[in-house]
Every structure is written in structure tokens, then in C-alpha cells.
Design a protein around this ligand. Structure first.
Ligand SMILES: Cc1ncc(COP(=O)(O)O)c(C=O)c1O
Length: 415
């Protein structure tokens, strides 16, 4: 395991001429204990813990321990999480619902759509995370048609949406960032196209929230979902759904629960009253501890600023792309930092999960997915860490794999 000062090598004479972020990188790095032992490059899967997010989890545990229960405070905390999520996308908290995962949020939306008219088809990009595609496919039994927009060499082309969206399209389902290659879709253009043709647009922003500026009003997005464990610095078990308020009245989600009611505490079992706000997409008791943690993570993003993070992560992206190509790696997707998330994906020979495990032995936490290994830095990462991660990848490919070490490492992994 690698040991280096938590501050990272960012202020030395050698690096004085190099670009730096607008914020105090050294100070932020001190708040991430994991940096003393690893180079975390897995933000497309799970961001590292900060002292702030840990303290938020402990605040909930203390409250539970000290008070036994404190539903008023806990519900207020779930609302505060909605508030900060809303601010990050230029929405209002009344336009946000909370759920436990993007899969669940997508299912709530799918079950709310009216499929009785001529528009009963969803156009789905092949770049969607599989669970989003699976939700649409699961609704075929209710009459939903599913048309696909292809991925070509790690990217998706607007022309292919042009060909797919027609008078039968009810909704276009387009992720903002492609989980595998990091390619960022022009969701503003997709929304414009969808609207011109009378369809709505649903954006899964899980791979871009926290690192790409998002404004649902300016982008004219109808629905947007994201969870929190990636660039929003949170944990599994919570996700948010934005719903354009003008659409709410006609949306009645079949995935529902008492928190979706106009008054959850009326306890009138035979009446299905819908909350007038996006809270109608809330279901059961919200994931309270996750709300504590996710709010804290999102507030860090807010404090640093998405624009400043975006600016810095593009510098890191450029370094990974150039450095990877210089070392002979095959890039998957675009190398243009303006069209990608901070995640840079390289094609792996053999099993990418073995490469992930071998990289961990060399002090780098990366994220395997299908045929690629992804290096996904974040606001705290340094150029030196990008170089070190690339060197480690080269060593894994040139030394560890030929030596047969893949057989000795645990294989597994998440998204
Ligand atoms: C873009 C994207 N959408 C959705 C998901 C899955 O979300 P959930 O597990 O919350 O359903 C992931 C990965 O976790 C993802 O990368």
C-alpha cells in the first residue's frame, strides 16, 4: 500500500507552473482520510468519504441514540437534502422527489406515464445504465414500445435521435453521462428535438451531477434523476427525481406510498390523494441516514462550486487521455474533455475486474466496467495522481498480467 502526505504533491517548485484549481486543493485533500493510503480514481462508481460526510452519518446515529427517535428532525433533514439537490440543478424543492435508487425513480416515472394515447413509445439510448433500460422494457407488458438509439464507439449521435423520435414517441430517455465511456450527451439538443416532436425527455444525470453544470430550466428537461454515491460524494440508498411542475397534474405513479399523499398523516386508506408537488413521487419512509450524508456531500460540491470542479476535472481528464495514449492504451469513447465526464475509460485485455484488483494492489482504486477500466478523478485529485495511476495501469498490463497475477486476485465489483 502506498503512503504519502495527505496534501499530495501540488505546491512544489516542479509543479509551480502547472495548472491548479481555483479552490484550496491542499485544504480539501486533508478532509479525505483515504488519500493517505490510496489514489481514489473510482468516482464514477463511489466517491471517497470526507470527514464532513462521516460527521453527517454520525449526527444521525447520535440523534437516534440520544433521542430514541426524532421524526420531525429526520423528515426536515430529508427535505433539506431535496433543497440542496434542487439548488444544484436550478430547481425548487417542490419539484424534487426522493427515492432509494435511480432504478426506483425511473420505475416511479414509468408507472406514472399515460400509455393510452397514440404516443406510447419510449426512445432509449443504448448508453443508459442497464437498470434504466430494464425499467422501460419491464413496462412493455403495459403497452410501452421501446426503440433504441445506438452507441457507436463509445458515443451517441444526435442524428440517431433524429431518426428514432417520431409522432409515437412519448418520452426520450437519455443519460447525461455514459457510465462506460464517460461520453457527455448534449441533453439540451436532445430535449429540443424531443419537444419539437411533441415528446418529453428524461435525463439520468448520475454520472454528471457534481462535475457538469446542470440547469433543468435552461436545458428544458422534463425529468431528471440522480443518486449520490458518485461525484455527489454520498452513499448508496438515496436518489432524487426532478419533475417539471407543469406535468405533475397528469402524473399518477403506480409505484407509490404514504409520503406521496397530499397529507401523509391523514391515514385515509381508501383515498388516493396526490401531493400537488413532486412529492407525489415520494414513496415510503425516506432513507434518513442517507439523506444526512447526501446533503453533506452535496453541500461540499456547492461550496467548491460545480464550475470550478468542472474546470479542474477537465484538466485532469486531458492529462489522463494524453498520458494514456502516450503509454499505448486504447481509449474508449471521446478524448475531448469538454464532451466527457472526469471518467476516462481504457479498453482492457481480458478481465477488467482483474485489472481493477491488481491496480488496488498498486495503491490505485479504479473502476472496471465490461471491457474497460475507468480512471475517474474528482475535485481533490492531482495531476501527479493521474500520472501515478497511469503508471500503475501500465505496470499491471505489462508486468502483473503477463506474470499470471490475475489468477490470484479477487474478482467482483460494482458500477
Ligand atoms: C448513469 C447511471 N444510472 C444509474 C445507475 C444505477 O443507479 P441505481 O443503483 O441507483 O439504480 C448507475 C450506477 O450505479 C449509473 O452509473
Amino acid at each position: 500500500m502506498r503512503r504519502e502526505p495527505a496534501t499530495g504533491n501540488v505546491q512544489t517548485a516542479d509543479t509551480a507552473a502547472q495548472p491548479r484549481p481555483r479552490y484550496d486543493l491542499v485544504a480539501w485533500r486533508r478532509r479525505i482520510p483515504l488519500l493517505t493510503s490510496f489514489i481514489p480514481m473510482n468516482n464514477c462508481s463511489q466517491a471517497p468519504q470526507l470527514d464532513i460526510t462521516r460527521a453527517a452519518a454520525e449526527a444521525y446515529l447520535d440523534s437516534w441514540n440520544d433521542a430514541g427517535m426524532d421524526w420531525d428532525a429526520w423528515m426536515a433533514e430529508a427535505h433539506r437534502a431535496k433543497e440542496v439537490f434542487a439548488r444544484l440543478i436550478n430547481a425548487s424543492p417542490d419539484e424534487i422527489a426522493v427515492s432509494s435508487s435511480v432504478s426506483e425513480a425511473t420505475a416511479s416515472l414509468a408507472g406514472a406515464l399515460d400509455l393510452s394515447g397514440a404516443r406510447c413509445k419510449v426512445v432509449v439510448s443504448e448508453a443508459e445504465f442497464p437498470s434504466v433500460g430494464h425499467v422501460w422494457l419491464a413496462h412493455k407488458k403495459f403497452g410501452l414500445g421501446v426503440d433504441w438509439v445506438p452507441v457507436r464507439e463509445g458515443t451517441v449521435h444526435l442524428d440517431d435521435y433524429e431518426s428514432a423520435v417520431d409522432e409515437h414517441t412519448l418520452l426520450v430517455s437519455a443519460c447525461h453521462g455514459y457510465y462506460q465511456s464517460g461520453f457527455v450527451q448534449d441533453v439540451t439538443a436532445i430535449a429540443r428535438l424531443a419537444h419539437e416532436r411533441g415528446a418529453m425527455v428524461y435525463v439520468d444525470a448520475y454520472q454528471t451531477m457534481g462535475v457538469e453544470p446542470i440547469d433543468v430550466k435552461a436545458m428544458d428537461i422534463d425529468f431528471l434523476a440522480s443518486g449520490n454515491l458518485k461525484y455527489l460524494l454520498g452513499v448508496p440508498g438515496i436518489a432524487f427525481l426532478y419533475v417539471r411542475p407543469e406535468l405533475l397534474e397528469k402524473l399518477h405513479p403506480a409505484v407509490t406510498g404514504w409520503f406521496g399523499r397530499e397529507n401523509p398523516f391523514a391515514f385515509t386508506i381508501k383515498e388516493l390523494t396526490w401531493a400537488p408537488t413532486a412529492a407525489r413521487f415520494d414513496t415510503g419512509t425516506p432513507p434518513v441516514i442517507n439523506a444526512y450524508i447526501s446533503r453533506a456531500g452535496m453541500e461540499v460540491i456547492e461550496e467548491i462550486g460545480v464550475d470550478a470542479i468542472n474546470e479542474w476535472t477537465r484538466v485532469l481528464s486531458a492529462r489522463l487521455v494524453e498520458g494514456g495514449l502516450a503509454r499505448g492504451f486504447s481509449l474508449h469513447g471521446t478524448g475531448d474533455p469538454r464532451r466527457k465526464t472526469p471518467s476516462t475509460a481504457f479498453l482492457c485485455p481480458g478481465d477488467s475486474h482483474a485489472v481493477e484488483a491488481l491496480l488496488r494492489r498498486r495503491g490505485v482504486i479504479a473502476a472496471a466496467r465490461g471491457p474497460v477500466i475507468r480512471l475517474a478523478p474528482h475535485f481533490y485529485s492531482t495531476l501527479e495522481e493521474c500520472d501515478a495511476a497511469l503508471d500503475a495501469l501500465l505496470a499491471v498490463l505489462e508486468e502483473d498480467l503477463p506474470a499470471g497475477l490475475a489468477e490470484h486476485v479477487h474478482k467482483g465489483g460494482h458500477v
